[in-house]
Design a protein around this ligand. Structure first.
Ligand SMILES: *Cc1c(COP(=O)(O)O)cnc(C)c1O
Length: 355
C-alpha cells in the first residue's frame, strides 16, 4: 500500500472546540463542517466535535449524512435550499436553513411542511456576495415572521474583512441599524471574528477553520492562538537519490545542486492535494527533522533534501503538514491559505480518525 495517510485527531478537534468556547463563552457554537469537514471527513469531524451545539453544512446530502449517523443537533444549510423541492428534505430531516434571497421566501410561503422550521436570515453587510440589502432586510424579516412555516428567525451576516482590526466597524453599524429587533437571536462571527472581535459574538458563533487547528488570521500562528492541528498529512520516502553538483532535479530541473546532496523522494504529489505551487524550499519533516522540499512538485511525488539526515532511507516517515509543519506555513510558501490545502486533500488519500 502507498504510504500516504491523513490522520484526523479527535482530541485536537475537541480541544479546538473548547478553545472556541473560551474565546466566546456566552455564545452557542455552530461547528462549520462544510466541504467534507474542511477535508478531514464529515463523520470524522462530527465525532471530534460532537459536543457542538449545532452543525453547519452546504448541501442537504451532508446534513442527511449527519442525521443518519445519529446527530440530533440543529443542522444549518448555509446557502439554504437551491430549489423549492429541497424543502421536503429540510422538513423530513428537521434542518435549519439560511434565507438569502426573495425566491427562497416565496418557496417557503408556498411549501406544505409537517412543522415549522428555523430560518437564519442573511444580511449583506458589505461582502456583496449573499444576503438581503439593508433596505430590504426589514421587509424580509416581516414576511418570515408572518410565515406559518417559520418557527424562529435568527438574524445573520458574514463579514468580508473580519481578519482585519477595523474590518467589522462598518458592518457592525449596519447590523445595529438592521437588527434592532431584540427578540431575534443573532449569528455573526466566523473564526476570525471570534478571535479578533468579541463584540460580534452574539448568540451563535460559526467557527470553521479554527476548529481544524489552522489560523484565520494571516499574521498569527494557530499555535499562538491556542489551536492544535487536527490533520497530520504523513507519507514516507520511496527512493533516495544522490545528486552531484550541477545536476538538475525533477520536471524542468527547477532545482539544480550546487554541491553533492542526498535527495529523498516522497510518495506525495499534487494529485494527493499537496500544492504544485509550493516553492522549492517549503518546510517538511523527515524522521522528525525539519528540512525542505526541492524542485517542482509532481503528480505523485515530491523531493526533499536529506543531505543532513544521514539516517533517512527508503521507508523513513515524512510529515507534509501537521504538528511539526503547520499547514499555514506550507500554504504561505504556496501563495494560498491553510483552508485551501485542507479542503483539497484528495480522495485517494486515506483519512483515519485517531483518538
Ligand atoms: C464557511 C463559513 C463560516 C466559517 O468560516 P471560518 O473562516 O472557516 O471560520 C462561517 N459562516 C459562514 C456563512 C460560512 O460560509
Amino acid at each position: 500500500m502507498r504510504p500516504i495517510i491523513a490522520t484526523v485527531s479527535r482530541a485536537a478537534l475537541a480541544h479546538n472546540l473548547a478553545q472556541v468556547r473560551r474565546y466566546a463563552p456566552k455564545s452557542s457554537v455552530m461547528a462549520v463542517v462544510k466541504a467534507n469537514g474542511y477535508g478531514h471527513g464529515l463523520l470524522n469531524v462530527a465525532q471530534g466535535l460532537k459536543a457542538a451545539d449545532a452543525f453547519a453544512v452546504l448541501n442537504p446530502a451532508e446534513a442527511i449524512a449527519l442525521r443518519d449517523a445519529g446527530y440530533q443537533q440543529p443542522i444549518l444549510l448555509l446557502e439554504g435550499v437551491f430549489a423549492a423541492a429541497q424543502l421536503a428534505e429540510v422538513d423530513r430531516y428537521r434542518l435549519d436553513m439560511v434565507v438569502h434571497h426573495n425566491e427562497q421566501i416565496t418557496w417557503l410561503m408556498q411549501a406544505v411542511l409537517t412543522a415549522p422550521i428555523r430560518i437564519f436570515l442573511k444580511l449583506d453587510s458589505g461582502m456583496h456576495r449573499l444576503g438581503f440589502q439593508p433596505a430590504e432586510y426589514a421587509q424580509a424579516l416581516q414576511q418570515l415572521t408572518d410565515c406559518r412555516n417559520v418557527s424562529e428567525v435568527v438574524l445573520m451576516t458574514h463579514f468580508a474583512n473580519a481578519d482585519h482590526v477595523t474590518g467589522v466597524r462598518d458592518p457592525m453599524q449596519l447590523i445595529s441599524q438592521c437588527m434592532s429587533v431584540d427578540r431575534h437571536p443573532r449569528s455573526l462571527a466566523n473564526s476570525a471574528a471570534i478571535i479578533m472581535h468579541p463584540q460580534t459574538h452574539a448568540d451563535w458563533v460559526r467557527p470553521g477553520i479554527m476548529l481544524y487547528g489552522a489560523t484565520p488570521v494571516a499574521d498569527q500562528s494557530a499555535e499562538s492562538l491556542g489551536l492544535k492541528p487536527a490533520m497530520q498529512l504523513h507519507s514516507a520516502l520511496i527512493a533516495v537519490q544522490p545528486l552531484v553538483a550541477g545536476q538538475g532535479l525533477g520536471y524542468g530541473h527547477l532545482f539544480t545542486a550546487t554541491q553533492p546532496m542526498r535527495v529523498g523522494i516522497v510518495a506525495c504529489g499534487y494529485a494527493d492535494g499537496y500544492p504544485r505551487h509550493a516553492l522549492s524550499g517549503t518546510p517538511v519533516a523527515v524522521q522528525g527533522v525539519m528540512t525542505r522540499t526541492l524542485g517542482r512538485v509532481s503528480m505523485d511525488m515530491l523531493a526533499v533534501d536529506i543531505s543532513d539526515i544521514p539516517a533517512a532511507q527508503v521507508g523513513s516517515p515524512v510529515e507534509l503538514w501537521g504538528a511539526q509543519v503547520p499547514v499555514d506555513v506550507v500554504a504561505s510558501h504556496s501563495g494560498t491559505i491553510g483552508y485551501e490545502l485542507l479542503c483539497a486533500v484528495s480522495s485517494r488519500v486515506p483519512l483515519q480518525l485517531v483518538p
